[in-house]
Design a protein around this ligand. Structure first.
Ligand code: GLU
Length: 313
């Protein structure tokens, strides 16, 4: 295995949209121009949001764009063993504990409203008395397991945007490591996978920057070194919100069905990466010739009606 390794990690929660594709294209181009290894991982531990079949479809769409990767894709759900091993170790060391409190219980104990709509800060006052004690890990219906977050700052150094200080104990508190669905939660699964796949460089959207702080806590407890982080600015709609369904159908497959050639999509994504002065058709291989990480815009990109018209031809 080469010393430097990155990965593409789509979640099969729906078809790939332009925002994901731009991150994947940049990740691919960085890895390929530097001769890094590039792995593919389907992150299908995302509970009810998973749509069966969309993982393999995402791979086919990425291939259509002209992207490739090394070796066979890894599918998380194909083997729960590594996640169970990590939980057993964390439980033995008293770093995770079972919790059956509902979202509402947690919200009513939160000291301040939390801006993240998907998450409520878990106050340390809600911890069971024996949190922190060694115990065997066992999955029980209706119970999830939380990672015990110590107070204090956590410094994340990002290759693109520099240093960021987070306080996970105040921002999210003890976060979920194992879900009520009897599956590893994203924060745990991603660390276990990046460690076992020996990923040295994680490249993804900057909405996951604060997650890097939590992931570093898990790395520390496992006695491992975190990867280098590269969090890319996001693609947003004209309303400033993260590109999503509300901005219309920006799925690659939908443009493909309309007859948009892959070169047009790649050209738009390359333009969004600062590699082209204007939209033009481009093959993925030509992105490698043009690639220059210093041209990546520092701010988020806005998907405009002109972009949509360009793709519709
Ligand atoms: N599977 C995640 C996503 O599609 C990416 C997670 C990661 O790169 O750490 O958003």
């Amino acid at each position: 295995m080469s010393a430097t390794c990155s990965r593409l990690a789509p979640s099969p929660t729906g078809a790939l949209h332009l925002g994901n594709a731009r991150t994947f294209l940049w990740n691919w181009a960085l890895a390929r121009t530097r001769g890094w290894q590039l792995l593919m991982r389907i992150e299908d531990f995302d509970g009810p949001r998973i749509q069966p079949g969309t993982g393999m479809a995402a791979l086919e769409t990425l291939q259509w764009l002209g992207l490739d990767w090394d070796g066979e894709p890894m599918v998380q759900s194909s083997d729960r063993g590594p996640y169970l091993d990590a939980m057993e170790r964390l439980a033995r060391e008293g770093l995770v504990y079972p919790c059956s409190l509902s979202r509402r219980d947690i919200a009513s104990a939160a000291s301040a409203p939390h801006e993240d709509e998907h998450e409520t800060c878990f106050s340390a006052s809600l911890r069971p008395q024996d949190a922190g004690e060694s115990q065997p890990f066992q999955s029980t219906p209706g119970v999830h397991w939380r990672f015990l977050v110590s107070p204090g700052p956590e410094l994340v150094v990002d290759e693109l945007s520099g240093k960021h200080e987070f306080r996970p104990s105040e921002a999210c508190g003890d976060f979920v490591a194992w879900t009520v669905r009897d599956e590893p939660a994203y924060q745990l699964a991603v660390v276990v996978d990046d460690l076992r796949q020996e990923v040295s460089d994680v490249i993804r959207g900057n909405d996951l920057l604060s997650s890097a702080a939590r992931q570093q806590l898990i790395y520390q407890t496992l006695g491992a070194t975190p990867p280098r982080w590269w969090h890319l600015p996001l693609v947003r709609g004209t309303d400033g919100r993260r590109l999503a369904k509300r901005h219309g159908d920006t799925r690659l497959d939908s443009y493909r069905k309309l007859g948009t050639p892959s070169d047009r999509i790649v050209g738009l994504l390359a333009y969004w990466c600062g590699l082209l002065p204007e939209r033009q058709s481009l093959q993925a291989q030509d992105v490698l010739t043009l690639f220059d990480m210093s041209t990546l815009p520092k701010d988020d990109i806005v998907f405009t009606p002109e972009d949509d018209s360009w793709l519709r031809g």
